[in-house]
Design a protein around this ligand. Structure first.
Ligand SMILES: CCC/C=C/C=C/C(=O)SCCNC(=O)CCNC(=O)[C@H](O)C(C)(C)COP(=O)(O)OP(=O)(O)OC[C@H]1O[C@@H](n2cnc3c(N)ncnc32)[C@H](O)[C@@H]1OP(=O)(O)O
Length: 310
């Protein structure tokens, strides 16, 4: 039975190669249109199934403007359903990863609030904005494709909220991180306080960096678990992140996407709830051709199985 299935997989492989050639053409077409689609993000496709999203306001140190917040949400919602995308690398163009919330934009809210006299009406305006910003970053977590943050130089305030919603975090030696919100008189409200303590093993350390807004340099980011790899410089960081992304992109998208959904669910639920979730998920997904093809490939020592798009 294994032999029959292996032959089936091998002929599927040839068909998939033809499909791969076609998808490369589609990918280069997609590359152009994706770049044109956003004002504050640059989206490229460095390898088949690997997307690279760059925060792209280098002249303002990638400060997160209203447009950028909106576009981050839109981008990751789109990537979630894009069958050509299996993994995303997220980095910053130019000198730094991001200088955080665009402070000019933040001040623009004052005149709008001044139009209202009553606190409840003012609060309604603020909460709508907050919910919108939260939704944008949660789109990264809801995107079933793993997202690898590649941080160089500064990652401040909203930047920490952003990377806390990603799956894996790498940085270069010159990187530093700052939960800066208390310095601008606010409690962080778009994910750092909720996600950071779950990323970091030490609750005490997480609280310290949130209360003090002190800078965390790359070696401490590594030892605390905020990042899992440190690269020599930005160039090797991006290459390293894309290499890992390519490895992930070769795996079954059914398996990888199911793994992300289950890890995110398990983080926020009891072990028993998590076991129930994956049992329900896999009662369907173990019937996928990916499972059969991958099992056969392992059993017959076949390399480079090609999986259909998802
Ligand atoms: C509902 C909201 C939820 C989100 C909350 C998030 C909160 C936060 O993110 S709190 C943190 C806010 N960010 C900051 O406080 C950082 C401010 N920037 C800096 O301290 C410095 O720019 C930095 C140390 C990062 C770099 O200094 P450097 O001398 O190298 O560059 P600059 O000359 O200062 O900046 C170059 C141009 O970029 C503009 N810019 C930098 N940061 C921001 C910013 N956060 N918002 C808007 N614009 C920023 C800066 O004005 C310069 O532009 P230009 O004057 O036109 O040349």
């Amino acid at each position: 039975m294994l032999t029959t299935l292996a032959v089936k997989t091998a002929s599927g492989g040839l068909f998939s190669k033809l499909k791969t050639g076609a998808s490369k053409l589609i990918s280069s077409a997609a590359k152009m249109s994706l770049q044109a689609k956003y004002e504050t993000l640059a989206v490229t496709v460095p390898h088949e199934f690997v997307y690279h999203v760059e925060l792209n306001r280098p002249e303002k140190l990638n400060a997160m403007s209203k447009t950028m917040w909106f576009e981050i949400g839109k981008c990751f919602e789109t990537l979630d359903s894009d069958e050509n995308c299996r993994v995303v690398v997220l980095s910053g163009a130019g000198k730094v990863f991001t200088a955080g919330l665009d402070l000019k934009d933040a001040m623009d809210m004052a005149p709008e609030l001044a139009e209202q006299e009553d606190v409840a009406r003012k609060a309604k305006i603020v909460v709508a904005k907050l919910r919108g910003y939260q939704k944008s970053l949660t789109a990264i977590e809801l995107c079933k494709k793993p997202v690898v943050a590649a941080v160089h130089s500064a990652c401040i305030g909203g930047g920490v909220d952003l990377i806390a919603a990603t799956d894996m975090r790498y940085c270069s030696k010159d990187a530093w991180f700052q939960v800066k919100e208390v310095d601008i008189g606010m409690a962080a409200d778009v994910g750092t306080l909720q996600r950071l303590p779950k990323i970091i093993g030490s609750d005490s350390w997480a609280r310290e960096v949130c209360y003090t807004a002190r800078k965390v340099q790359a070696p401490e980011a590594l030892s605390s678990g905020l990042v899992s790899r440190v690269f020599e410089d930005k160039e090797s960081l991006i290459k390293g992140a894309i290499d890992i992304a390519q490895d992930i992109a070769k795996k079954s998208p059914v398996a990888v996407q199911g793994t992300k959904v289950s890890l995110v669910y398990a983080r926020d639920h009891s072990v028993q709830d998590g076991l129930n979730q994956i049992a329900v998920w896999n009662q369907l997904m173990l019937q996928s051709e990916d499972f059969t093809n991958a099992v056969v490939a392992q059993a017959t020592k076949q390399k480079d199985v090609v999986f259909s798009k998802l």
